[in-house]
Design a protein around this ligand. Structure first.
Ligand code: C2E
Ligand code: MG
Ligand code: MG
Length: 600
């Protein structure tokens, strides 16, 4: 497109240069016989119908415009006449951010006689920003002398806008317009990779708002969103050019300082951020104050830094008077381990690293299997089998137990249905349930759905909860338990005796089964009189509960709990937890002489 217009008087239609172009066309075989006028008409029709602005520019120093087609008018809102008479119009319509680049490219093309190919933005008369693709070539005469520049402008606004929207959706957080987590990871990797050599290190900061949840709870989500927007803007304004800021999700933000020579610089940056964040934010006439905790890591190992900044952030939460903390291996490495473990647990489900083993529970009088307890196993890819007690507490703390527990429930219901299909209708499956799962309003509903999906009658399922759940239980848990009871599933109290709940207290809850913890059965064979155990069994029976002794490993233990009137038992003596559990009891009902250990 011409840089300087109007040197020629007329721009209303094809003139000399265009005629030359037409002659060029006419010189092609098969076109020669047409008259000049006919060629001119055909050319004009062609030009006017193309969805492009066609232009011809002189190759003189000011690259004067010779011809511009009518399509310029719908594109930019200027008539062909205006375009011709105002020699600075093109330069003025160039988007200020693109102007220098476009003028340089035009100058280059004119000087070197090379083709022109570039994209830029023009501002139309009504202020619309129009993106165009500008392609032009130098046309030569028969002797090879350059004649003029012939080109077109193609409107690519819609394509660019769509592209921009897609790009922004993929890279930016829609609420704050800061980089999103994915884009931030990219920027962070980039920063570490291109950091200049020498003393400097890359700094990563995780910023987590303190008690942000109370803002959402108290003022509503709209107010919460506005607070996040304001803080996003403040963080962006506080970081320096070249630093990267992002929203990692929820109320978490992150900042990268690509190269820092002295950790004190990072500390100062953290102080500036904290200062800006705690300025009051006005929402509907109220002034809200939000504080944050910042965790800082320095280094050049991206993965390590992410975990370290996270661990440091957690520690800074415990020292809110300072507001920020640098990662310190001596105090934070346990936290790093922990967050690595949580990440592994999160992946374990999708990578099918969990499995469920089943351990039999037997009825002591009838001497048959009544139940299989589902026990979760984690096959860690490097560490091998990890015991439930080594990962379930973490799954509970991190909330992952909700998903994991649902998966176990699914597996167990499928197993229960399989037992029925094998003709073993009388056997139940027992599933351990954590407090965290019971806190979920949907829990009873989810159990019902699962039973339904597997066509398992509710009384074929026992849910085992631990005593501590009941001790800490609020009305909420009580209601969940009642819904479960209404549903028809059996409820068992697991590990009884470890949580100091009195039997009288348990009366409040709709429990059917009491599983007496291993600590009561472990020593009974050598104890003169197992007074406590006896007391629990007697009182439990009086309250109408089914009593099951856990941890039965020997025939002596088996005999004693049976003599004390316990209804059922579970332990290695009867069968280990196994993927395909024992189907028949390996021991006779009662052996008269306790001389040998028939357990495994
Ligand atoms: P629990 O529910 O009391 O399960 C019984 C535990 O005692 C199992 O340990 C079992 O292997 C072990 N055990 C059984 N018989 C004997 C015995 O004769 N001697 C000894 N020494 N131990 C015996 P495991 O499988 O390691 O599970 C530990 C705990 O992890 C379970 O205790 C339960 O509280 C929890 N757990 C297991 N699976 C799940 C699950 O899917 N969800 C939840 N929330 N917790 C689970
Ligand atoms: Mg259990
Ligand atoms: Mg137990």
């Amino acid at each position: 497109m011409a840089v300087n217009h109007g040197l020629k008087e007329s721009n209303a239609g094809p003139d000399t240069a265009e005629m030359a172009a037409q002659e060029d066309l006419a010189s092609k075989p098969g076109v020669r016989s047409l008259g000049h006028e006919e060629v001119s008409r055909r050319y004009r029709t062609l030009v006017e119908q193309l969805p492009l602005v066609i232009y011809i520019d002189e190759l003189d120093a000011s690259s004067s415009n010779i011809f511009t087609s009518k399509q310029i008018e719908p594109l930019l809102g200027y008539s062909v006449e205006e375009w011709a008479s105002d020699k600075d119009l093109f330069v003025r319509t160039l988007h200020p951010d693109d102007r220098d680049r476009v003028l340089a490219a035009h100058a280059d093309s004119h000087a070197m006689l090379t083709p022109l190919s570039l994209e830029y933005r023009l501002v139309a008369r009504d202020g619309r920003v129009v993106s165009v693709r500008d392609e032009a070539v130098v046309v030569h005469d028969d002797s090879g002398s350059p004649l003029y520049l012939h080109g077109y402008l193609l409107d690519v606004t819609v394509e660019r806008e769509t592209q921009e929207q897609l790009r922004s959706l993929a890279l930016f957080d829609p609420l704050t317009q800061l980089a999103n987590r994915a884009f931030f990871q990219e920027q962070f990797h980039q920063a570490v990779a291109t950091r200049k050599e020498g003393q400097s290190r890359t700094v990563l900061m995780f910023i987590d708002l303190n008690e942000f949840k109370t803002i959402n709870d108290r003022w509503g989500h709209d107010a919460g969103d506005r607070v996040l927007q304001t803080l996003g803007r403040r963080i962006q304004e506080t970081v320096r050019a070249g630093d990267a800021a992002a929203r990692m999700g929820g109320d978490e933000f992150a900042v990268v300082l690509p190269a820092v020579d002295d950790p004190a610089e990072a500390a100062r940056a953290a102080e500036r951020l904290l200062e800006r964040i705690r300025q009051p934010i006005e929402i509907d006439g109220e002034h809200l104050c939000v504080t944050a905790s910042i965790g800082i890591s320095l280094g050049d190992d991206v993965d390590a830094m992410l975990k370290e900044a996270d661990a440091a952030m957690y520690r800074s939460k415990t020292q809110q008077d300072v507001g920020y903390a640098f990662y310190d291996a001596a105090v934070d490495s346990a936290a790093v381990q922990r967050s690595r473990r949580v990440a592994e647990l999160r992946d374990a489900l999708t990578r099918s690293e969990f499995r469920v083993d089943y351990q039999p529970i037997v009825a002591l009088q009838e001497h048959k299997i009544t139940t299989y307890e589902a026990l979760l196993r984690w096959e860690h890819p490097r560490e091998g089998l990890v015991a439930p007690l080594d990962f379930i507490p973490l799954a509970e703390e991190s909330g992952l137990i909700v998903q994991i527990g649902t998966w176990v429930l699914e597996q167990a219901c499928a197993f229960g249905a399989q037992l029925i299909s094998e003709g073993r209708e009388g056997i139940r499956v027992a599933v351990n349930v954590s407090a965290r799962q019971l806190q979920d309003d949907e829990f009873a509903h989810r159990v019902a759905e699962c039973l339904d999906a597997h066509d398992l009658p509710p009384d074929r399922l026992t849910l085992e909860i631990t005593e501590s759940v009941l001790l800490a239980a609020g009305d909420h848990v009580q209601r969940q338990l009642e819904s479960l009871k209404t549903l028809g599933v059996m409820l068992a109290l697991d590990d009884f005796g470890t949580g100091y709940a009195s039997l009288a207290y348990l009366q409040r809850f709709p429990v059917d089964i009491l599983k007496i913890d291993r600590t009561f059965t472990a020593q009974i064979a050598s104890t003169a009189e197992p007074v406590l155990l006896k007391g629990i069994i007697e009182l439990g029976s009086a309250l109408g509960l089914t009593l099951i002794a856990e941890g039965i490993e020997t025939i002596e233990q088996h005999q004693i709990v049976q003599q004390l009137g316990c209804h059922g038992a579970q332990g290695f003596y009867f069968g280990y937890p196994e993927r395909i559990p024992v189907t028949d009891l390996l021991v006779p009902a009662i052996v008269a002489s306790p001389a040998h250990d028939a357990g495994k």
